[in-house]
Design a protein around this ligand. Structure first.
Ligand code: HEC
Length: 154
């Protein structure tokens, strides 16, 4: 091998290594965005549940939490790009089935977006019982998707 070729091969290897490092950083950022999203949603759901558990729930607080969930929810469709599952080797609770059963996953995501919107509408109406029911219905959509598509341990 001439030294010129060696340099070319070495440069090629370095470029490849750099490219995969950039890809790994991208995937890590995608997974982080997903975790941040679910943390925010989880926080607003937990606050909602605590609010209705108390004797006199504040509809103003519930409106605030519901609006937060409703405005975040549609982003879910952008948070599972191909390559950001367990095959990335990074820490994620996203199961491979998200991509192999994508129609089912999309339906679960859609049901969640609809339920979140209904929760916001119910809260806006000021009807506390309808708001509680819509909150419960939203919680069910989290559970449905988690049971099918989220790993228990990761
Ligand atoms: C369509 C599917 C789907 C729906 C709907 C859904 N989730 Fe998740 N959720 C996931 C998946 C998949 C993960 C794992 C993401 C990861 O680790 O990359 C997750 C992770 C989480 C996490 C943990 C985040 C972390 O940092 O590990 C929380 C909290 C969470 N979800 C809360 C909720 C709540 C609350 C709802 C409903 C209001 C909800 N999710 C609705 C699929 C869903």
């Amino acid at each position: 091998m001439t030294s010129k070729m060696t340099v070319a091969v070495l440069t090629g290897t370095a470029v490849l290594a750099l490219a995969s490092a950039v890809l790994a950083a991208d995937v890590a950022a995608q997974i982080k965005a997903r975790h941040d999203f679910f943390h925010e949603i989880g926080h607003a759901m937990k606050s909602s549940a605590e609010e209705v558990k108390g004797g006199a729930p504040s509809i103003t607080n519930l409106q605030k939490y519901a609006a937060a969930i409703d405005s975040l929810a549609p982003k879910i469709s952008t948070l599972f790009p191909a390559g950001s599952g367990p095959e990335s080797g990074l820490k994620t609770g996203a199961k491979a089935e998200i991509w192999t059963k994508s129609a089912e996953f999309s339906q679960d995501a859609k049901d969640f977006v609809t339920a979140a919107h209904n929760y916001a509408l119910a809260a806006k109406s000021g009807d506390i019982n309808a708001t509680k029911a819509a909150l419960m219905a939203t919680g069910k959509t989290c559970k449905t998707c988690h049971e099918a598509f989220r790993a228990e341990e990761h």
